[in-house]
Design a protein around this ligand. Structure first.
Ligand code: G6P
Length: 471
């Protein structure tokens, strides 16, 4: 896309995220980072753009200083800083708080100080590396203080920030002792993007409640400038997943044969307590108990990608998921000795994921809170055959986009999940095809390129307006 330079370097985008697109392990092994941000942004990154982020425990070797022409600027962090900033403030304070306090929020003041220090270091790297008039696009809850830190020293830059996770309601947010600093930090941006309209409403209500800022329509009016807030629901690369789905048809048929079941249900999640994995396993177990499903005919494949396993809440969640699965498997042995819940605690590459997507009949997403959930979108994109259905939590952001095709359920209600699963299994082939086609049409139209370009175009517009009003 053509980027308006605002008088500076026209081809100048700096992406800032907690992780660089590659991760270097302590032993020097380089791998692709988890999370889909790299493919999400590839459509708008060009040669010479920059990416600022944590490189992993190891040192980024000089031959990996670039990725597809994008210059990587590592922000090294010590293991102690990672424990306090990433494991502590980001993932034991902000993550549970922003997901509706699904786990206890540990208000540790040392973690807050580490978060500030690490945010300063990210800001310093952006300030040093971004040319005059450049665009800075920050991602997610790890870096909420960075926009203001950058603006103070580089008012020439256009700053956008996108929150990938939900923004909690104002009352819940205002329990955070550092609520004002966090909001003022975010106000440093010209444009703040959220996933859904309700996240925008929550954010504006929190801004009114916790700061002196005036909220007008969908902007925060400060003394010398204003900050625009809007929803930009993230998506996926439709064509890519569509093609992947077609390329794995044989592998999917083989996987299906190995499972030897007439109906294959599938869950794919990072192993996180926000995903409602236990609820869905219990719902499936009860359907077997009630004899509404037959273990000889129906299996559940649960892929659980290891995540944040240093944190106690994640270790506990793993125990809970694995015990729930073991209970169902013990109650419902299959004649051939294979488990009725097939559990894969492993990270999969895209081709392997697409194989499971294509092998399944029903995808079950029961997130208790989820900014978007791209798994649901990847699943429908890879199902050009249309012989599938989706059971989808009303608390996953993607339930807004996929409402016309998915069977929407309240994941806190086990009976509702059970009904959702039986309803999805019972859909006729015709209805399945029509519903999948409806969901695919939405994802095809609102794909990730449109998301990224839409955000950057809006950032261009709002920074021009805000410059005019400041002059
Ligand atoms: C969520 C967050 C991302 C994060 C990803 C993986 O999707 O919104 O910012 O990168 O989880 O989590 P991790 O802690 O491994 O980066």
């Amino acid at each position: 896309m053509a980027r308006d330079s605002g008088g500076g370097d026209a081809s100048s985008l700096t992406v800032v995220a907690n992780r660089l697109p590659v991760e270097v392990a302590a032993d020097g092994q380089v791998s692709v980072s988890p999370g889909g941000l790299v493919s999400a942004l590839s459509a708008v990154l060009s040669d010479g753009d920059r990416w600022v982020g944590w490189p992993g425990a190891g040192r980024l070797p000089s031959e990996h200083g670039q990725l597809d022409g994008v210059v990587l600027h590592p922000v090294p962090l010590t293991p102690f800083e990672m424990r306090q900033y990433y494991g502590g403030f980001a993932n034991s304070v902000l993550w549970p708080l922003f997901h509706g306090r699904l786990r206890e929020v540990e208000l540790n003041r040392t973690w807050w100080r580490a978060y500030r220090t690490v945010n300063e270091r990210f800001a310093a790297t952006v300030i040093e590396s971004t040319p005059l008039g450049g665009i800075v696009w920050l991602h997610d809850y790890h870096l909420l203080l960075v926009p203001r830190m950058i603006r103070r020293r580089r008012p020439d830059l256009r700053i956008g920030s996108f929150l990938h996770i939900p923004f909690p309601n104002a009352q819940l947010f205002s329990t955070l002792p550092w609520r004002k600093e966090v909001l003022l930090g975010m106000f440093g941006a010209d444009l703040i993007g959220m996933q859904l309209p309700e996240d925008v409403d929550n954010f504006l209500a929190a801004a009114e409640r916790c700061t002196d800022a005036v909220v007008r329509d969908r902007s925060i009016v400060l003394r010398r400038r204003s900050v625009t807030v809007g929803e930009f629901p993230i998506s996926i690369d439709f064509e890519h997943w569509d093609a992947l789905g077609e390329s794995v048809v044989k592998a999917a048929a083989a996987a299906r044969q190995r499972l030897s079941a007439a109906v294959v249900l599938l869950g794919v999640d990072r192993l996180d307590y926000t995903k409602g994995i236990v609820q869905r396993v219990e719902a499936f177990g009860e359907l077997l108990d009630d004899r509404l499903l037959d273990p000889e005919q129906c299996v559940f494949v649960q892929v659980a990608v290891p995540s944040r396993s240093d944190l106690p809440a994640y270790r506990d969640e793993r125990d809970d998921v694995e015990s729930a699965i073991a209970r169902v498997n013990a109650r419902h042995p299959r004649a051939d000795g294979s488990p009725v819940v097939c559990y894969l605690h492993v990270g999969l590459d895209e081709a392997e994921l697409a194989t499971w997507y294509r092998a399944a009949d029903i995808l079950v997403v029961t997130s208790l809170a989820d900014g978007m959930n791209l798994v649901a979108k990847e699943f429908v994109a890879s199902r050009g055959d249309g012989r599938a259905a989706v059971v989808l939590s009303e608390f996953a952001g993607s339930s807004h986009d996929l409402a016309d095709g998915a069977v929407i359920v309240n994941p806190y209600d086990i009976e509702a999940i059970k009904h959702g699963i039986t309803a999805a299994i019972g859909l006729s082939d015709e209805v399945k095809a029509a519903r999948v086609a409806a969901m695919r049409a939405v994802v095809r139209r609102h794909d990730v390129r449109r998301w990224a370009e839409g955000f950057l175009e809006r950032l261009d517009d709002v920074s021009v307006q805000s410059r005019r009003s400041a002059s």
